[in-house]
Design a protein around this ligand. Structure first.
Ligand SMILES: [Fe+2]
Length: 255
């Protein structure tokens, strides 16, 4: 597990913070993540989705690694969380199957699941934001179950009008090109692409929703998009090559 570090300037006076980004655990073991978080002592932890798997009605449980990790993170620092496509049960395989069966996939977060997530101590942000210590922290969840796979963007106008440094979690990094670039958001953090699974000549080979040789698989882009390659190997039969799992630590300092 690598700790990848980026340093940025805010352009907003008096705002400085350190955050650790933990993306795409997919309920895998998380033991290597905690020492990094404890050593970094971040001001806040950001979890931009796919920490656990489908939050299906009737299957509510606390017995999942992803939920345990949420509790561990919240004990270390204030932790903010938004859903990826896996929490809402959306990936291209089952979307295709549902289309063939003519039964559209939908997702509703039950109050029992909501209670379980809240009991971990994290702040869940779904198409919403909160203002915390001068940071306007937003969560844009996956839109894979929506028509045209489009995320819900209508709340973003209110979000970007909020006072403070705009720090947005967007599970899908490709939303930056498709929707987010025009918005005055200071920093967007994403996951989902798993670094492209294999890395060849410094490029990821494949990412869901971007295809072969995708543009956004990791790293810092345009000084305002940070993408985690993820903290777990989620496809055991297809190992990651030259693509270590990573926690991403971002330090933002006032100019
Ligand atoms: Fe994902």
């Amino acid at each position: 597990m690598r700790n990848t570090r980026y340093r940025l300037r805010t352009g907003v006076s008096r705002i400085s913070f350190k955050t650790c980004i933990v993306a795409d655990l997919h309920d895998r073991p998380y033991g290597q993540i905690l020492p990094i978080l404890k050593q970094e002592k971040p001001d806040l932890v950001l979890i931009p989705g796919d920490v656990t798997e489908t939050l299906r009605a009737g299957e509510e449980t606390t017995e999942r690694n992803g939920l345990r990790l949420l509790t561990e993170c919240a004990a270390i620092a204030p932790t903010f969380y938004t859903f990826g496509n896996h929490e809402i049960g959306g990936c291209h395989g089952n979307i295709r199957l549902s289309k063939m069966a003519n039964e559209p996939l939908t997702f509703t977060l039950t109050s029992a699941w909501k209670g379980i997530i809240e009991s971990t101590g994290v702040v869940l942000l779904r198409q919403s934001y909160t203002v915390w210590n001068g940071l306007a922290i937003g969560g844009l969840g996956s839109g894979l179950l929506n028509p045209g796979w489009k995320p819900e963007l209508d709340w973003l106008d209110a979000y970007v009008s909020a006072k403070g440094y705009k720090l947005l979690m967007s599970h899908h990094p490709e939303y930056y090109d498709r929707y987010l670039r025009p918005y005055p958001i200071d920093l967007t953090v994403s996951g989902h692409a798993h670094g492209g699974q294999w890395r060849v000549l410094g490029r990821g080979v494949y990412a869901p929703d971007q295809g072969l040789f995708p543009k956004y698989t990791g790293g810092l882009h345009e000084n305002r998009l940070v993408i985690s390659r993820g903290v777990a190997n989620t496809v055991p039969c297809v190992p990651r090559f030259f693509n270590p799992c990573e926690v991403v630590t971002v330090e933002v300092n006032a100019e």
